[in-house]
Design a protein around this ligand. Structure first.
Ligand code: GLY
Length: 303
């Protein structure tokens, strides 16, 4: 079977000064995942490795570089799925975890499917994953963004995001891959949306919403999580693939559905069981990089 992999570093109105860092970070993450596939590793191992690289990169809103919530805390979400076994692992609202995607993977390999907050952190310790320091996750960019947000509002009042805010506040990372045995896998990790309400969870750790994988396709989403959740965008793309659409058609059909039923924007990456990779978006940009067996190195782009 042909091996292939695509990663993303978030969608939205990515500022031009961040283009180079996002392009390089996506390319490096794709190389990390690709090396796993080339060595005969599983799609699951490849997407976990690629997402870990994105989490470690402070330019992205996941792991180190995650955004802050209204209280100034960093609460992260992640989910991973093996399209062969249909096993899932997810965590939400976790603090002080360096690589949330690896914790999600450990959850997948346990009796659990989804752990949140303090329980997920307790489970991490049981697994030998020690907590990191807040400073290990915090970046100057996200701190300044938080200060800017909190300057005008220090309360938790229910305020509806404007359409412009819905386009700017999100960022997520993800990877999808197919391995030499034809197995598909998907992984997504995020700090969520900037200045989010404490305890708020978006689509990223919700199976079928921010990620999904089965025998037809694997999908990782990025965008305004509330809309991706209620419209179950990842599963929708997988079911379009199951109906016979290729990766490009299935991804675009799911994003067209999003555009029709939501104001929030975003995008997704997808690989189908033939090894076709694609991206789809209704936001201005989606940082991504992909590689397949016809290529010598990943192609990275922001659009
Ligand atoms: N898509 C990431 C989030 O809304 O949390």
């Amino acid at each position: 079977m042909p091996i292939a992999l695509i990663v993303h570093g978030g969608a939205g109105d990515i500022k031009e000064e961040r283009f180079e860092g996002a392009r390089t970070g996506c390319k490096e993450a794709a190389q990390v995942g690709w090396r796993v596939l080339q060595a005969g590793g599983s799609a699951l191992d490849a997407v976990e490795a690629a997402v870990r690289a994105l989490e470690d990169n402070p330019d992205f809103n996941a792991g180190r570089g995650s955004c802050l919530n209204k209280e100034g805390k960093i609460e992260m979400d992640a989910g991973i799925m093996d399209g062969h076994s249909l096993n899932v692992g997810a965590i939400a609202g976790v603090e002080l975890i360096q690589n949330p995607i690896t914790l999600a993977r450990r959850v997948m390999e346990s009796e659990h499917t989804f752990l949140i907050g303090a329980g997920a952190q307790f489970f991490a310790r049981e697994q030998g994953i020690n907590p990191c320091h807040y400073e290990d996750l915090l970046t100057e960019r996200q701190y300044q963004a938080w200060k800017h947000h909190t300057h005008s509002s220090l309360t938790y009042e229910a305020k509806t995001d404007t359409q412009q805010e819905k386009k700017q506040k999100h960022g997520t990372v993800g990877a999808v891959a197919i391995d030499s045995a034809g197995r598909l896998a998907a992984a997504t990790s995020t700090g969520g949306i900037a200045n989010k309400y404490p305890g708020r969870v978006g689509d990223s750790p919700l199976v079928g919403c921010g990620f999904y994988a089965d025998e037809h396709a694997a999908i990782s989403c990025t965008g305004y999580g509330e809309d991706f959740t209620r419209l179950m965008i990842a599963q929708r793309a997988a079911s379009y693939a199951a109906q016979g659409m290729d990766a490009r058609q299935a991804g675009e059909a799911a994003i067209n559905f999003l555009s029709k039923h939501a104001e929030g924007d975003g995008g997704l990456i997808i690989v189908d069981h033939h090894g076709n990779v694609s991206k789809a978006k209704n936001s201005k940009c989606i940082a991504h990089a992909y590689i397949n067996e016809q290529m010598t190195e990943p192609i990275a782009d922001i659009f």
